[in-house]
Design a protein around this ligand. Sequence first.
Ligand SMILES: Cc1ncc(COP(=O)(O)O)c(C=O)c1O
Length: 479
Amino acid sequence: MGRLRTNSRLAEDLLIELDRDGGVPLHRQIEASIRTSIRAGRLRAGASLPPTRTLAAGLGISRGVVVEAYQQLVAEGYLASRSGGYTQVAASMPPAAAGVGSAASMAAPTAQPATRRVDFGYGRTDVSQFPRAAWLRSIRTVLTSTPNDRFAYLDGRGMPELHQALCDYLNRVRGTLAVPGNVVVCSGYGQGISLLIQVLARRGARRIALEDPSSDDDARVLAGAAGLEVVGIPVGPDGVQVDALDPVDADALVLTPSHQWPTGGVLSAAARAEVIRWARRRGAIVVEDDYDAEYRYDRSPVGAMQGLAPDHVVYCGTASKTLAPGLRLGWMVVPAHLVADVTAAKLLADRGSPVIDQLAFADFLGRGEFDRHLRRMRPVYRRRRDALLDALRTHLPDLRPAGIAAGQHVVAWLPPDLEEAAVVAAAARHGLGIQGVGPFRIAGAGPGGLIFGYAILSESAIAEGVALLATAIQEVRGS
Ligand SMILES: Cc1ncc(COP(=O)(O)O)c(C=O)c1O
């Protein structure tokens, strides 16, 4: 394995250009070229160089010239000879090479701000629990059984195996009415909403309604960039306030009905029906972001809205909260009349999501591994949520946790005497990372609240974090 890697770099990879008429000896030109690449960081510490014979053949020169160049760079400390005759970029650079952008400066640890003691940052899934062994089995199956021609360019919607596996899963677990022909695979919800907004804008949509507060970095920014007017629909304890919809004249509504982000409300059956009636009346589209529907602790799951009106709801799911955000795997179940446009937008964006990951996920779903993984993770997250609620009850009983029944975060509303920004700032001074609800509001005002992401924290870290917060709040109250 090591041998293969060591010898894998070819002469062409070094970008050495020789001027055979310029009067500068060839070995000097090679030295200068490699030295420059190392200083600029194009060749990093540990990178292997081609064997002298290979480089000489690639450049059409005698091997002795390359040997001379390598020896000089070894003498200067840029290169190191390894047993077996291999040459690598040295692990530590000579002082002259350690400038900005050099391999040495890139490898050196940069000065970090004082590390936080506890970070309640939201939106993080415990990737240390990624089901590696099961995923490896699926990857192995795909690589050993998939015919070569399946690795060619895609049609934009994704792999039929995954469409089918997603329909089977979503219709069984989320109560969707999905058919394989309406599924579009995308790179997470982030890309899904981006494609949808482009398509809606192109089809003449003027105004898009978002929950207020809502996830700030997706729909709000993208809609603005696509020229859509953004309006916020206030969110109450049970999700979006449906009676505020009619007056805003929106062409689309983005919702997190199964666990409102960030306030945690669940949209009631009556409110769902009312949203669907609104969409039918207006010919509007509802984008259902079902981002953490898999985690339900104290309540039975609520089916997806897409199952109520497949012609008006785009269902969006993601593997970011269940497996790992780095997979960049998401899926949409799109009303039939939008499938062609969304597919075209996906093709234009990136020519389709990676084949091997899609097939692996299809296999993973088909084997029941996704269900197994979720069954294993629910109690883990539940224990962390319980540790958070216990600690809040003990240290900060006047904070009001909300939306606790599901998901990977909890919002706790602050009592009126506490200003959100002051609490967040005091928490940071005590080594606690936490965000307020305020930055996610569209219209601006509203009660102060804190967002506790607990998914990747141990129970003891959660208790420590809440104790730090209590100290910070005491300080705010004292000042
Ligand atoms: C409200 C909401 N929806 C969906 C997602 C998932 O986005 P993606 O699938 O692009 O990782 C997030 C990520 O934190 C989120 O906050």
